[in-house]
Write a protein that binds this ligand. Structure first.
Ligand SMILES: Nc1ncnc2c1ncn2[C@@H]1O[C@H](COP(=O)(O)OP(=O)(O)O)[C@@H](O)[C@H]1O
Ligand SMILES: [Mg+2]
Length: 379
């Protein structure tokens, strides 16, 4: 299966730029997710790969094969050999399951016997062998999406492109479908680009994720890297829940920084490799904050902070508390309840991420002038 290379893709719709010089590499056989809010350019990227949109600049290659290069190459969608599944079940209502799946093979004039064998194979793969003669209206939403997936796989595609395939399913079925898709993709081994706006879905199905906003990629990484080490505040806030507080970095030596956080008496010393000083935003996940009844732990950390609880909620498998640190509300989650009364929280330094508001000075110094940098804005 080929890898996929997108290089400097820009796509405009009249005056609106949907993709800004977007570059990405998807490895051979990987399940790679485009994650971002509605309108950030995920579908536009997917359609460009499939050949259904023509970007205004940039190039697309499947392995060594260039399928699009602006003004030079534009391989027809049917010759890109992408299997595509969209959010709405785009299967034909008047055709049986088997006929739907056989359709792309018929278009390619595959011999009847071979076609029937392949239809049985892919229906087995998506666990619908017993429903070959059924019509779409006799199937559940989840089964209909599996028919769409079987059809996308019928003529083995070089690239599988899935645009929010599970977003019309209910929560339980969606979760099962994700697990099922991940197992199936591993079995088939086809290079897959998966689009979703749902962070849980992205974290659970992907080998790697690109977090996008407004036609740009903010970060590419494994689910763990994206969640534990967000590259910027947008990623921190979009993926998972993040408490974002304002702090002042008063000292920074390249391995640690000293933070003054509004509402906290003691400065906090946290691991941080940047030497910039001044105002910053810090991010900490609700599950990383320790919460205790005051006086209930022996030797509480020096940075423990007494707080008042503004809100508490029981959510079945965990409890969520909203407390106040300085002027900011802070969400804390824990699997065990904390008694009523005076509570203390502490912010474990290794779990604090620091984001500076100004660009790094060395980045500014190294930025080339416009003549040298064709990507710099033109004034
Ligand atoms: N055919 C189109 N004509 C005009 N604008 C479009 C068209 N398709 C997408 N857009 C715009 O491009 C942006 C990105 O859209 P899209 O790729 O569909 O986002 P996503 O899939 O992330 O929700 C949006 O602002 C959207 O309104
Ligand atoms: Mg979309």
């Amino acid at each position: 299966m080929p890898s996929l290379h997108l290089t400097n893709l820009t796509k405009r719709f009249s005056r609106h730029t949907a993709l800004h010089e977007l570059s990405l590499t998807v490895q051979d056989g990987e399940i790679f997710t485009l994650l971002g809010p509605s309108g950030c350019g995920k579908s536009t990227t997917l359609w460009s790969i499939a050949g259904l949109h023509q970007p205004d600049s940039g190039s697309i290659a499947f392995g060594d094969r260039v399928v699009f290069e602006h003004g030079r190459v534009d391989v027809e969608p049917e010759h890109r050999n992408c299997g595509v599944v969209f959010q709405s079940y785009a299967i034909w209502p008047h055709m049986s399951v088997a006929a739907n799946v056989a359709y792309p093979l018929k278009l390619r004039k595959t011999a009847k016997a071979q076609r029937e064998r392949r239809v049985r194979e892919v229906l087995d793969l998506v666990e619908l062998a017993d429903h070959a003669r059924a019509y779409p209206h006799q199937l559940s939403g989840g089964q209909q999406q599996r028919v769409a997936l079987a059809r996308a796989l019928a003529h083995p595609p070089d690239m599988l492109l899935l645009d929010e395939p599970f977003s019309n399913l209910d929560a339980k079925l969606r979760d099962r479908s994700r697990q099922w898709l991940k197992a199936l993709q591993a079995q088939v081994g086809v290079t897959t680009v998966f689009v979703t706006h749902d962070q849980d879905e992205a974290l659970s199905v992907s080998d790697r994720i690109a977090v996008m906003s407004q036609g740009r990629v903010h970060q590419v990484g494994t689910p763990n890297e994206i969640y534990e080490h967000p590259a910027d505040l947008f990623v921190a806030d979009f993926v998972g829940t993040a408490n974002i507080l304002t702090a002042i970095v008063t000292e920074a030596d390249g391995s640690h920084a000293l933070l003054r956080i509004d509402g906290l008496d003691q400065p906090l010393r946290v691991p941080h490799t940047d030497k910039r000083l001044g105002t910053a935003r810090i991010c900490i996940r609700p599950e990383n904050i320790d919460i205790h009844r005051s006086g209930s732990v022996v030797g509480p950390p020096p940075d423990a902070l007494t707080v008042t609880v503004e809100n508490r909620a029981y959510l079945g498998d965990h409890y969520r508390y909203t407390v106040r640190v300085g002027a900011s509300p802070v969400t804390v989650t824990t699997t065990r309840p904390v008694d009523d009364g005076e509570l203390t929280i502490s912010l474990p330094p290794p779990d604090i991420r620091v984001f500076h508001e100004e660009p790094a000075s060395d980045v500014l110094e190294e930025a080339p002038s416009n003549e040298e940098n064709p990507h710099a804005p033109v004034h």
